[in-house]
Design a protein around this ligand. Structure first.
Ligand code: PRP
Ligand code: MG
Length: 181
């Protein structure tokens, strides 16, 4: 990836991510054994994390659905309004133990919104998983059931995290320390 090295520093390498996501997958597998697991990935941010996570959850009955939410647009400041841009396609989730997966809980407005939205569909149970958590930024109460790493308030890019909708394809997570174009 051709990024000026003065402007970024690696926060989580491919190896760091693989190791921690393997642990999360094992934990989730043990907790959901014998249950009817439906993973709901929040797009776009979680697409890479979720793809790696589900491959570490060794359960045959696992299903995946996607929901696209949006809160930030192209700006760096959080908007408290979260919208559903496209909903899950599974019509009846009452027999499923749902795990909502997102890349990060920042203000947690997105997760709080997604939890309410999915709860209204009456799943059998509902849990949440985020790769990164920024507890210092909360605007609403939220503690994830599964969390990869808790971090300080840094702007993270790569591995699904975007900067102006780019760099999601970088295979590790880096912290922007200067202007990135
Ligand atoms: C980002 C991120 C989380 C959310 C976290 O998504 O992927 O979903 O913001 O912020 P919050 O806790 O303050 O709500 P965004 O809406 O930017 O869209 P994206 O997933 O398409 O990148
Ligand atoms: Mg998102």
């Amino acid at each position: 990836m051709n990024i000026d090295e003065r402007k970024w520093e690696i926060m989580f390498s491919e190896n760091d991510l693989d190791k921690r996501i393997s642990e999360l997958g094992e934990e989730i597998k043990n907790d959901f054994k014998g249950k009817n697991l439906l993973v709901i990935a929040l797009l776009k941010g979680s697409f890479i994390f979720c793809a790696d996570l589900v491959r570490k959850i060794d359960l045959n009955q696992l299903r995946v659905n996607f929901m696209t939410t949006s809160s930030y647009g192209d700006s760096l400041s959080p908007a408290s309004k979260v919208k559903v841009q496209s909903d899950i396609t599974l019509k009846d989730i009452t027999s499923y133990d749902v795990l909502i997966v997102d890349d990060i809980a920042d203000t947690a407005n997105t997760m709080a919104f997604a939890i309410n939205h999915i709860k209204a569909k009456n799943p059998k149970s509902l849990k949440t998983c985020v790769l990164l958590d920024k507890p210092s930024r909360r605007q609403v109460d939220f503690i994830p059931d599964y969390c990869g790493f808790s971090i300080e308030d840094k702007f993270v890019v790569g591995y699904g995290f975007d900067f102006e909708d780019r760099y999601r394809n970088v295979p590790y997570i880096f912290n922007v320390t200067n202007e990135l174009r």
